[in-house]
Design a protein around this ligand. Structure first.
Ligand SMILES: Nc1ncnc2c1ncn2[C@@H]1O[C@H](COP(=O)(O)OP(=O)(O)OP(=O)(O)O)[C@@H](O)[C@H]1O
Ligand SMILES: [Mg+2]
Length: 277
């Protein structure tokens, strides 16, 4: 069965589109057939992130019954890609409820379908949650964003059982951040990856190349590969530089701790979180 993965977050700007694009390319590198869909209809970004502007059709055309979903697909270096229209007027007449029916046509011959969602819990995010079989919450390791993950998790219940996990993004391994194991304990969800904060990611955006192509050997790209290896259950040797990076950051935190320290036990972090509800 095709794995339909929704890339979701409560808060905007946490890295969903970055993750959707680079995870799609990493899965492709593991020889999987991948489809990527821009489901952020009001503020679409994926075409910019991919540097793709010569596409034929959009998800808007499909949801307005103007084009068949298969004919609207664009080939981005072997990844099948369905953009969203950047024209505001193309939102008129879009029927989100039709998405699942159209998506079903793409399942044949596709191992993974990656859906890049709009942030929050509005209609635009909910139709992605509904269409997905698995959800990856992208978040940074701070209280408000983790509180959003818990809120989204509650909302997701209305759609029935889903495999859910968390990807921590823009991690610096500082003492002010909530630790990975604490995140897992307070959300009850597994963390499937940690992407470090890496200024190359923003550079790649400006250059209009996905990070996986712009700097394939960067810490961020290696971590996308690691995540794809977990999802595909294929072996991937983590390069020494990634292990060293995390180790050095951890040692630095012990020797030169930051002024701000997040508790490293779940109970105290939970107290902070509860003040958000
Ligand atoms: N690991 C990272 N290191 C450094 N910068 C990052 C990282 N991940 C994402 N960014 C930057 O953060 C910004 C927001 O990323 P992105 O657009 O992927 O977020 P988003 O969650 O899709 O936003 P939106 O909610 O608006 O759709 C971008 O400028 C991106 O380059
Ligand atoms: Mg986005």
């Amino acid at each position: 069965m095709t794995r339909i993965i929704g890339i979701v977050s409560g808060k905007g700007g946490v890295g969903k589109s970055t993750v959707a694009v680079n995870l799609a390319l990493a899965l492709k590198a593991f020889k999987k057939s991948v489809t990527l869909v821009d489901c952020n209809l009001s503020t679409p970004h994926l075409s910019y992130y991919l540097g793709a502007n010569d596409y034929i059709g959009t998800i808007n055309d499909v949801l307005r019954d103007k084009m068949d979903i298969q004919s609207a697909m664009y080939n981005y270096n072997g990844v099948k890609y369905l953009p969203a229209s950047v024209k505001f007027e193309d939102l008129i007449g879009v029927e989100l409820t039709k998405f699942k029916k159209h998506l079903a046509k793409l399942e044949k011959n596709t191992d993974f379908i990656i859906l890049d969602a709009a942030p929050g819990l509005g209609k635009e995010a909910l139709f992605v949650m509904d269409a997905s079989r698995e959800i990856i919450f992208v978040t940074s390791p701070f209280v408000p964003m983790i509180a959003d993950v818990i809120r989204c998790k509650e909302v997701l219940r209305q759609f029935g059982e889903r495999k859910m996990s968390i990807l921590l993004n823009m991690v610096t391994y500082g003492t002010h951040e909530i630790k990975r194991d604490v995140v897992e304990e307070i959300t009850g969800l597994p963390v499937v990856g940690e992407i470090p904060y890496d200024k190359n990611v923003t550079e790649s955006l400006v250059m209009r190349y996905p990070m996986m192509e712009y700097k394939p050997n960067s810490l961020a790209s290696i971590n996308f590969m690691r995540m794809a290896s977990l999802l595909t259950e294929k072996d991937y040797e983590i390069p020494m530089k990634v292990k060293l990076h995390k180790m050095l950051k951890t040692v630095k935190n012990v020797l030169l701790p930051g002024n701000i320290k997040m508790p490293d036990n779940a109970e105290d972090v939970k107290k902070e979180l509860l003040s958000n509800f």
